[in-house]
Design a protein around this ligand. Structure first.
Ligand code: PEP
Length: 261
């Protein structure tokens, strides 16, 4: 974390009904309402977005979705458009999560189209990249991840890319309890920043790069101490409002210490 504003984003994946989401929002907001040191995002399932819009209005918590279509509208059964997300007050959208790539066959080309559409519509994409265990063991993790970033972003100008957020999520660390060491996370986030510099010049210094993969309240501080790790994308540990609030508070304490607040 350098001079960039840190981001802590929760990814609920396919969990929580409307009632559960509303109950979560009330309990979570009570705990984090005073947190101003970083951006907090909840990325909820589509059905919970509208109720959350009402719960989170004028709060410190931003709303995000977990996927969207590259199309504007039309005969695309089962898809959700950028305009529909804006309509329920989403400001962020996760794109290219490894579960979408691996389980639903999303390609780098489709992800690039989605990133372009989100940016054009005024949504901030949280672009997920990350290598699997085989690629890491072959020593090709940085190459794979840099390739994913380039394929998703290279058709966009530096100005268009300004709102982008990147999440480095090694697949072997997602939901497994295995976290990349803070040194490995730093190395990969720095490699991503170098690629971004090639695409957008000095503006790459302003892009938040998050780490994701079994982040918890107990390990967020160590990760945030790394210069190129600007926050976290959190799956499992975002499902309980009190544990996620604790993680956010621990992150805010690191920011406050660094800034000497
Ligand atoms: C994720 O789903 O993006 C993720 C990082 O999950 P977890 O925190 O459970 O590893």
């Amino acid at each position: 974390m350098a001079n960039r504003r840190p981001v802590i984003a929760g990814n609920w994946k396919m969990f929580k009904t409307v009632n559960e989401a509303e109950d979560y929002a009330v309990r979570f907001l009570e705990e984090v309402k005073e947190v101003t040191e970083l951006d907090i995002i909840l990325c909820a399932p589509f059905t919970a977005l509208h109720p959350l819009k009402n719960e989170l209005e004028e709060s410190v918590v931003h709303l995000g979705a977990q996927n969207m279509s590259w199309a504007d509208q039309g005969a695309y059964t089962g898809e959700i458009s950028a305009q529909m997300l804006l309509d329920v007050a989403c400001t962020y959208v996760i794109l290219g999560h490894s579960e979408r790539r691996e389980l639903f066959g999303e390609t780098d080309q489709e992800i690039a189209k989605k990133v372009q559409k989100a940016l054009a519509a005024g949504l901030k994409p949280i672009l997920c990249v990350g290598e699997n265990l085989n690629v890491r063991e072959e020593g090709k993790a940085a190459e794979r991840v840099k390739g994913q970033v380039s394929l998703a972003l290279s058709s966009l100008s530096a100005e268009e890319l300004n709102p982008i957020v990147i999440a480095y999520e090694p697949i072997w660390a997602i939901g497994t309890g295995k976290t990349a060491s803070s040194k490995d996370a730093q190395e990969m986030c720095a490699a991503i920043r170098t690629t971004l510099t090639g695409l957008m010049g000095p503006a790459a210094e302003n892009v938040p790069i998050l780490y994701g993969g079994s982040v918890k309240a107990e390990n967020i501080a160590e990760l945030l101490n790394e210069p190129d790790v600007d926050g976290a994308l959190v799956g499992g540990a975002s499902l309980d409002p009190l544990s996620f609030a604790k993680l956010v508070q621990n992150a805010a304490a690191v920011v406050a210490r660094v800034e000497g607040i």
